[in-house]
Design a protein around this ligand. Structure first.
Ligand code: ARG
Ligand code: ZN
Ligand code: CA
Length: 253
């Protein structure tokens, strides 16, 4: 694919408190971060180690708040819903109006993002191929966007970048085998890596015989802090592209 694909986004702000009812500005900051991270225009891309600069990818995917709702009427792309629930878990209740959440918009035309008081996770995503009613990503209000209620070290919008990676079929870079070395992310240009990295590691961090360059801990699909992750690879971009060509092909036109 050589043309940019633009994904219309609806953000459901499911809130009980005024704090949880995050500002439009904070939502817009998240869309900006997504566009920078997926187009490799994030300012911290300059920190990518020289050995990986050539495989860092512009995925040619962009995001914009939806301007038309499912019935064809103009919209801001933001749905604000009041709830009586103090917190949500990963049981998808936030995705249903009758469970205190907000119903999904048609998953073949919109990326649904629910922002709520999610505990204890930062976010979770549904991989392609699942039920349309629950399709999309959920992000907690303290790890969404930049500024406002976003709290360090998850205050640069990278949780959503990571979750949307899952939504586009990316696996964790260490292959989800805890710290063992057999797990695969099904991407050939990411180094085999033992387990997740946390915080802000220093380069190189070696595991599974991947010296001299070590783990690609600055990949968006690792578990490092927001300021420590700043790249996708070309192999990951190809995998997302394959997802857009097949399971999510409704977004291509
Ligand atoms: N724990 C979450 C997941 O597995 C996301 C972690 C996001 N990390 C971050 N630095 N924002 O989907
Ligand atoms: Zn993840
Ligand atoms: Ca790999």
């Amino acid at each position: 694919r050589t043309e940019v694909v633009t994904i219309p986004v609806v953000v459901h702000v499911v809130h009980r408190t005024e704090e949880e009812n995050i500002s439009t500005e904070q939502i817009e900051s998240q869309i900006r971060v997504l566009n920078q991270d997926y187009r490799k225009t994030n300012p911290d891309a300059e920190k990518i180690p020289a050995v990986w600069r050539d495989i860092a990818a512009d995925t040619l995917i962009e995001f914009k708040l939806a301007d038309t709702d499912p019935s064809g009427a103009p919209t801001s792309g933001v749905v604000r819903v009041r709830t009586s629930r103090e917190r949500f878990g990963d049981d998808d209740a936030v995705k249903f109006t009758d469970k205190g959440g907000s119903d999904a918009w048609p998953a073949d035309r919109y990326l649904n993002i629910w922002v709520c008081n999610l505990q204890p996770w930062l976010g979770y995503a549904q991989f392609p191929g699942g039920a349309p009613e629950t399709d999309g990503v959920v992000v907690t209000y303290t790890a969404f966007g930049v500024g406002g209620t976003a709290k360090a070290p998850f205050d640069l919008g990278r949780t959503t970048t990571h979750e949307v990676g899952h939504w586009l079929n990316l696996r964790h870079i260490w292959g989800d085998d805890d710290t063992a070395c057999y797990g695969d992310d099904f991407v050939s240009d990411t180094p085999n890596q033992g387990g997740p990295n946390f915080g802000e590691p220093t380069f190189p961090t070696v595991s599974c015989g991947n010296a001299p360059n070590g783990d690609m801990f600055m990949n968006f699909m690792d578990y490092t802090d927001d300021r420590a992750m700043y790249m996708f690879t070309k192999g990951q971009a190809e995998r997302m592209d394959a997802c857009l060509a097949e399971a999510r092909s409704s977004f291509l036109d």
